[in-house]
Every structure is written in structure tokens, then in C-alpha cells.
Design a protein around this ligand. Structure first.
Ligand code: GLU
Length: 303
């Protein structure tokens, strides 16, 4: 299969220093594999409520300003919903997706009754209330039957990250039956990303470390749908002044790509986060070419 990487930003705000690191890393990873490899851009606008109008186009311009140009026309998740529908139907047919009528409050009440104080990154582990039916409530979401699927392959799910090494997660215990689609429309990231990566032939996922925790869920969905699992590499995060991951709250200002000099400065900052040397070249294009062998030596040369 043709080696394929991708950058898959959500158009919720302009690119910031952290997202440029993921874009640069995924681009370098593809280029280090040789001229036959493909670098794709996918605008992840499936969760329509969080997306801003015109932001996808703006991000594509920012990437082009940095000379990060895709090998094919970018795709937009909102134009691919038939694919997600087909995947959900397949999971339903396999008995691995079920409707859930619980509100957040219902979930809190059920967890309190069980004596659990389950909180994980501010998210509750779903207690499985609707696994055996909606109990007369209207459906609010479709959930993946994690426990049912995992019981066929017990134990922790293990996977190896190319930078972070061996990872493990018991998805039913640590995450629970996660949402695939909300009843009011939007597709969940987990389902859309798995369907898209497989449909686009993505062999190598390179993205920010904040997303590493989603990987076990995505591997479970790949297995349930009979799809291949790509390799994963999660890049170092850019930290804000408070030491936390960069976000709008702690100063993730948009990168400035208004002039070639500004775009080059933004790229050099991203390269430093990835452990690449200071570029001696005078332009984005020349610096990018120079970083390719460095990236290869750092991340692609391992057996
Ligand atoms: N759309 C996700 C984000 O911007 C990234 C998805 C991925 O790379 O898997 O956080």
C-alpha cells in the first residue's frame, strides 16, 4: 500500500503553535518516506457545533503560507457523512452500537448510586444504563458496546507509539461505552476519524500527544469494523506559560503567516519543539527540505 500520512485539523480556530507542530511532523514523516508517499489534509468539521465558518479555508491558507501543501485536494468531513452512516449501520448490525437516552445528569445519578466518582479528563465513564434498552427514554446518542466487544478479547489493549513506546488501556474500565453519534446529528470524532483514516488509506498517523489517549478507542473501532490499524506517532506538546497544553485559555495565539518571514519563524519554532536543528536555509521550502533527513534519523530509522 502507498504510504500515506495526514494532517486533520478541526476548524475551531486558526492554527496555533501546537497545531503547526502536528502539521509539520506529519508532513516531514511522509516526505522522509520518499516521493511515492502521500500527505493529505482532512478538515475535521464533523462536529459542526464547534466549527467556525471559513476557518477550514483559513487554515489551508496558513499551511500553504508555510509551504505545507497536500498531495491531493483536501477533504471535508461534512461531505463524507454517508461513510460514517454506513459504519454505524455496520456496528448496529453487529450488535456493537446501541441507543442511549441518558442525559449528563442521568449518568451522574447512576454513577453516584453505584458509589463511583468516575471522572476522567472531566468525562464520566458511562455506567451502561441503556445497554439493555432505553427504558422509555428518547435516544440521545449511539454508543459503542465497548464491554461487549472487549469481552471477546479480554485484557488491556496494547499498542506501540513510535515516540512514546508501549501503551496500554482497558477501554471499558477507563473510558466505557463511548459515543459514536449524538442523536441531534453530529458524528463523534472517534468514529469519523477511524472511517476516514481507513477510507483514505492512511498508513501512518502523526498527531499531537493530547490525542494519544484516544488511540485505544480508535483501534477497538478498527477491529470491530474490520479495518487496518495504522502506525501512530504522537508529537510533543507545546506548553503554555502555565506549563499546560496550549489552548485558547492559556495563550494559544494564532500563528502569524502574513509574510514569508513570519511563516518561516513559525515553522522554525515548530521544528524546535520536534527536536530538529535550527534551519540555516533562508526560506520555508529550503528549511523543510533540510529537516527531512533529520526527521528520518530521529523517527523513521528505528526498526
Ligand atoms: N481533528 C483533531 C484535532 O484537531 C485531530 C484528529 C487526529 O489527528 O486524529 O484535534
Amino acid at each position: 500500500m502507498r504510504e500515506t500520512g495526514r494532517f486533520a485539523p478541526s476548524p475551531t480556530g486558526p492554527l496555533h503553535a501546537g497545531s503547526l507542530v502536528a502539521a509539520l511532523a506529519s508532513w516531514l514523516d511522509v516526505r522522509a518516506r520518499g516521493p511515492q508517499a502521500r500527505w493529505l489534509i482532512r478538515i475535521e468539521d464533523a462536529d459542526t457545533e464547534r466549527c467556525l465558518p471559513g476557518m477550514g479555508e483559513h487554515m489551508l491558507r496558513q499551511l500553504a503560507d508555510c509551504h505545507l501543501l497536500p498531495d491531493e485536494t483536501p477533504v471535508w468531513q461534512t461531505q463524507r457523512t454517508a461513510l460514517y452512516d454506513a459504519a454505524l449501520q455496520r456496528l448496529q448490525a453487529l450488535g456493537l452500537a446501541y441507543p442511549c437516552g441518558c442525559s449528563r445528569k442521568d449518568i451522574d445519578t447512576a454513577l453516584a448510586r453505584l458509589g463511583h466518582r468516575h471522572e476522567r479528563h472531566g468525562e464520566r465513564v458511562y455506567p451502561g444504563t441503556c445497554r439493555d434498552g432505553l427504558h422509555g427514554k428518547p435516544a440521545r446518542a449511539w454508543r459503542f458496546a465497548t464491554e461487549k466487544f472487549e469481552s471477546a478479547q479480554p485484557g488491556e489493549l496494547r499498542w506501540t507509539d513510535r515516540r512514546l513506546g508501549e501503551q496500554r488501556q482497558n477501554v471499558s474500565r477507563e473510558v466505557g461505552d463511548f459515543v459514536l453519534r449524538r442523536a441531534d446529528g453530529p458524528w463523534a470524532y472517534q468514529l469519523a476519524v477511524v472511517v476516514d483514516d481507513a477510507e483514505q488509506g492512511v498508513t501512518d498517523v502523526v498527531r499531537g500527544e493530547d490525542l494519544a489517549d484516544n488511540t485505544a478507542r480508535q483501534i477497538l473501532l478498527q477491529r470491530a469494523l474490520g479495518l487496518p490499524t495504522p502506525s501512530y506517532l504522537h508529537t510533543p506538546l507545546v506548553r503554555g506559560a502555565d506549563g499546560d497544553k496550549l489552548s485558547k485559555q492559556n495563550g494559544a495565539t494564532p500563528i502569524d503567516t502574513a509574510t514569508p518571514e513570519a511563516a518561516f519563524a513559525a515553522l522554525r519554532t515548530a521544528a524546535r519543539v520536534l527536536g530538529l536543528g535550527p534551519a540555516t536555509a533562508a526560506s520555508c521550502a529550503a528549511a523543510l527540505a533540510g529537516w527531512v533527513p533529520e526527521w528520518h534519523a530521529l523517527y523513521n530509522s528505528r526498526p
